[in-house]
Design a protein around this ligand. Sequence first.
Ligand code: GAR
Length: 200
Amino acid sequence: MIKIAIFASGSGSNAENIAKYFSNKQEVEITTIISDKADAFVHQRAKHLGIESITFSKKQFTETGEVTNFLSERQIDFVVLAGFLLKVPDNLIENYPNRIINIHPALLPKFGGKGMYGDHVHEAVVAAKEKESGITIHYINENYDEGNVIFQATCDVGLADTAHEVAQKVHALEYKYFPIIIEKVISALPDSVSLGKVKG
Ligand code: GAR
């Protein structure tokens, strides 16, 4: 049994989609959802899904080992960042080598780094008149959005597309691919994997 913790800072639609995907799979358990925001909508989703959710403050995340200790007490094997906006602390990365993955709503290395999250990313893609965008699923290292890429999927961006329309296309890719890529990565543990790039 692989125990997964999902970290999410906001709405949590990806967290919910992942939890539903794994709900009927015996070999994987979404054990807990962790947020840095007590009022994030993801807590309500967790409640409906019957999954424990807990908040750690930014200070607890960045200045203490409390989150790492909590994960180890819960015997968590793998961490999924799904719309989580804080930088992952080094002590957590050291304890979970190749066991923390993130989804980014663009084709890294473009449109990544500090401040590039959610709608800011899609606005930047539209402003740059990009012809395509997509998703990047990658391992976490000590720098924002720079860990090894596992998988990318692309979508077209039309000249008339708004940031909102791009966001919808990207969300569709996230819902389609994130759960199955998580499943592939955990089935290959403890090795790291690279699964390539597809046109969504
Ligand atoms: C998702 O689009 C995810 O890719 C993005 O935040 C959104 C969260 O949506 N993550 C980042 O921007 C990280 N840099 P959700 O809360 O509905 O899953």
